[in-house]
Design a protein around this ligand. Structure first.
Ligand code: TPP
Ligand code: MG
Length: 803
């Protein structure tokens, strides 16, 4: 800069340097978006969604994002991630290409679509790194507003770390709760219920949550008037604004192209949020989307000429350039040079990413091509294999699937050829299977030393003095011991605090451990789970309660989209060992008797699903899960809290292993597999069956995920040669799951002499009261008759038709 220019600018030299560096980053990020789109159109990547138009605001936000802070955002945040130094442009492109290497794409190892960001919270052993020394981004998901429930929990953890003295020792998890949880969301996505639920809860809880709304007036093609009351989310939510006398939010509005205005506003927001723990709604208006929503279509189809012209005018980079020239007094030539350099840098990063990705994929292609060349020479089916090879090598941008397809097609022609090439191809296929499992299917559950499957088994111990108590007292003693043992344990949910939950499992524990450890929440299942996810992501051990399994459906999206796939989608980079406690099965009411286990099984792979038959088993499972780093749902039996059980002497210590069924009754004629409240009903039926000469072996599966990992049921079927699956789900629900596991996976098909049978509830929801329950849910008579019918088919003389 010339001396004269320097004199004329009102900014210090250091500030000018910072401004130009910010501008350079904005331009580089924009260039990455532009190149990214081209890469998709050239067929080098499948789909692209970019952060163009949002650059300047994100650079401003990054200035207040400190070590220890957390982000929970969405697909427009590339510039922010670049600015905090947690994403390189090369990594950005690696994700666009789906490069399945953690080094290339540390967020997801190619598992997530582009624009889905994450940092690694865990080391290679699956243990938390020092989160206070890192800039942390929780892992993005695609469902719009799905980041909001988790955001609440990330912010809530700061409150806990600041206010709860027992957590002070965890200095690598938090610096006295000074961390802000930054959320980002698009304007249109603020219409989602999850947004409103999380915003309300943050206002109630007063947590350091700073939500930036990137407002470009559109949600894909749909303009604001279809989305938002008063055409403005900050106007619509104005009632949340705190006042002198009432707590609430601080609401700030600013324009997306106003570099200095954004920086100042974010600084103001930071102080309020970080120091006072007041949530902030930061509405960034007048944003643009120069390339349109994504590579799926062009915005010229739905934006008017005027709007497109306005967007060009208000492009934040264009505005910043003009401002730099007129206010910072930098010559246009100098700005041009910065732009050239930034663009070249983005291009080079793209080249490096492509080379690394392509090289990785080509390695396999080259190897298989070599083997096929040999096979062409060695096999009498050389002509067919030559065709396969030619198809393989002609791919311009090869993918792994083409190589795999070629190998699998070729092996068919080599089936009777005892040639070297066949051996090589078989070996390649075996190795590729292992490698591709690691690339695409690993890390569904924890593989760390704290995996729930590795928790040591400790049996319950009883003595002559072990008291007989109500089931709920067994749980209460278990939770008491857990809260005493581990300061990271906390429980929250509707009615969990003051009264200690509707069935009193936590009775008295709020008084004993304080409101921050046993806590009431609003009625908001989705964000109760999100609160649990965020808190668990930050190293605590939450038990989040959903009052009834029937209301779990409100939390299911967050459970499925966020929790269940968290460890998988980061390939072991993040974990949330959340225990969701709920209660279900029989109670005699339409929304108080649900047993939708099939629904959970289909949507929650990645979460262990535990359905204990009584409260002692439940306590053992809580003890197991609280010692592990896997998430789980534990479904207690609604009708079991008042039934008497013996309280184990080691209530806080004994553990029940996952995936290990228990044989409740030995038998020789038929195996009945069940779980949860149905155990007692099936046992009653088994007593009745015995009276009529039928010996039933009754097995409690105990956990549905994992299911019978040692094949106990198979061993039973080998003995009885007959199998019945019984539960309270709909026909074709969890009984079908169990049947597939046992007959197909365990191979019990080879040992059955009768057709497999399922006993389940009716297809409708259970009708009210005892009669409604009897005629909706399977009862002991149903079980008796179904089993009897199996035996009648085997020996009609001994078991004549009943009626
Ligand atoms: C739950 C859900 N519904 C629909 C979609 C499809 N979808 C993806 S982005 C989008 C528009 C989002 O608009 P906005 O929140 O304003 O963010 P922008 O893309 O404009 O930044 C839609 C409808 C989705 N991803 N998730
Ligand atoms: Mg939008």
């Amino acid at each position: 800069m010339s001396a004269i220019k320097e004199l004329r600018t009102k900014f210090s030299q250091a500030k000018v340097k910072e401004i130009l560096s910010d501008y350079r980053l904005a331009v580089e990020s924009r260039e990455a978006s532009l190149i990214g789109r081209k890469e998709v159109f050239m067929g080098k990547a499948k789909f692209g969604i970019f952060g163009d138009g949002k650059e300047v605001a994100q650079i401003a936000m990054a200035k207040i994002f400190r070590k220890g802070d957390f982000r929970s955002g969405y697909y427009r945040d590339q510039t922010f991630m670049f600015a905090i130094g947690e994403l390189t442009v090369q990594q950005y492109f690696a994700q666009l290409y789906a490069h399945t290497s953690l080094e290339a794409d540390p967020a997801s190892a190619g598992r997530l679509m582009n624009g889905h960001y994450a940092t690694r919270f865990l080391d290679n052993d699956g243990k938390f790194i020092n989160l206070t020394e890192a800039k942390n981004s929780s892992a993005d998901i695609s469902p719009t507003a799905g980041q909001m429930p988790r955001l609440l929990g990330l912010a809530y953890a700061s409150k806990l770390f600041r206010q709860n003295p027992v957590l002070k020792e965890f200095s690598s998890l938090s610096n006295n709760g000074n961390e802000i949880a930054f959320g980002t969301i698009g304007n249109a996505s603020t219409s989602e219920g999850m947004f409103f639920e999380a915003v309300n809860a943050a206002g109630v809880l007063q947590v350091p949550m700073l939500i930036s709304i990137w407002d470009d007036d559109y949600g894909i093609s749909v303009p604001q008037e279809y989305h938002t009351t008063k055409l403005s989310i900050s106007k619509a939510l104005a009632g949340l604004q705190r006042t002198e006398s009432e707590k609430g939010f601080e609401i700030i509005t600013v324009k997306g192209w106003d570099y200095i205005g954004l920086i100042e506003a974010y600084q103001r927001a930071e102080t309020i949020c970080r120091e006072e723990h007041v949530p902030v709604l930061f509405h960034v208006q007048e944003m643009t989307q120069p390339q349109g929503h994504s590579t799926s279509g062009s915005h010229e189809r739905y934006k008017s000429k005027e709007r497109l012209g306005w967007e060009t005018e208000h492009d934040c980079i264009r505005r910043m350039r003009e401002w730099i020239i007129s206010e910072v007094m930098i010559l246009g030539d100098e700005v041009d040079a910065i732009e050239r350099e930034a663009k070249a840098s983005a291009r080079q990063a793209k080249e490096r990413a492509w080379k690394a990705f392509n090289g990785d994929v080509r390695r396999d292609q080259t190897k298989v091509t070599e083997i096929l060349d040999k096979a062409i020479q060695q096999s009498e089916r050389g002509a067919e294999i030559l065709d396969i090879k030619n198809d393989l090598v002609k791919a311009i941008n090869p993918t792994r699937l083409e190589t795999m397809r070629a190998a699998k097609k070729a092996i068919r022609y080599l089936v009777n050829n005892n040639v070297e090439a066949r051996d090589e191809l078989v070996e390649w296929l075996r190795n590729a299977e292992v490698d591709n499992f690691d690339r695409y299917s690993s890390h569904l559950h924890s593989i760390s030393e704290e995996s729930a499957l590795k928790v040591e088994r400790t049996d319950a111990v009883y003595s002559d003095t072990s008291p007989l108590v109500d089931g709920r007292e067994v749980l209460q003693a278990c939770f008491d011991a857990a809260l005493a043992r581990d300061p990271r344990v906390l429980a929250f949910g509707e009615d969990v605090g003051k009264i200690g939950d509707v069935n009193q499992g936590f009775a008295g524990l709020q008084t004993k451990y304080g409101e921050l450890r046993v806590t009431d929440t609003g009625i908001r299942e989705c964000t109760i789970v999100g609160q649990g996810i965020g808190v668990a992501l930050r190293g605590l051990k939450p038990i989040a309660e959903i009052q009834y399994l029937d209301y779990f459906i409100y939390a299911l999206p967050t459970m499925s989209d966020d929790l269940a796939c968290l460890y998988y989608r980061t390939k072991g980079g993040q974990k949330a060992p959340l225990i969701v406690r709920t209660r279900g099965h029989r109670l005699e009411g339409v929304w108080h008797a649900g047993s939708q286990v099939g629904m959970l099984l289909s949507s929650l792979r990645g979460v262990y699903i535990i359905s204990p038959r009584n409260m002692t088993q439940a306590a053992g499972f809580y003890n197991t899960m609280l010692r592990s780093d896997d998430p789980a749902v534990i479904i207690e039996c609604l009708n079991g809290y008042r039934l008497k059980e013996k309280l184990p002497d080691n209530i806080g210590e004994f553990t029940v292993p996952l995936g290990v069924p228990e044989i409740l009754r030995q038998g020789t004629d038929v195996t009945i597999v069940t779980y949860g409240s149905m155990c007692r009903i099936v046992m009653d039926a088994a007593d009745d069956l015995q009276r009529f000469g039928i010996s039933a072996e009754v097995i409690d599966a105990q956990t549905l995920l994992p299911f019978d990992i040692h094949h106990t049921i198979l061993e039973s079927v080998k003995k009885t040669n007959r199998i019945v699956f019984a539960d309270e789900d709909v026909p074709g629900g969890a009984t079908s799951f169990m049947m597939q596991k046992v007959l197909e996976e365990q191979g019990a098909y080879n040992f059955v002499d009768s057709g497999p049978v399922t006993v389940s509830a009716k297809e409708h929801r259970p009708a009210y009261a005892s009669d409604g329950d009897y005629f909706s849910k399977p009862n002991a008579e149903d079980v008796f008759e179904k089993v009897y019918a199996v035996m009648a088919e085997v020996d009609p003389a001994k078991f004549p038709t009943l009626y």
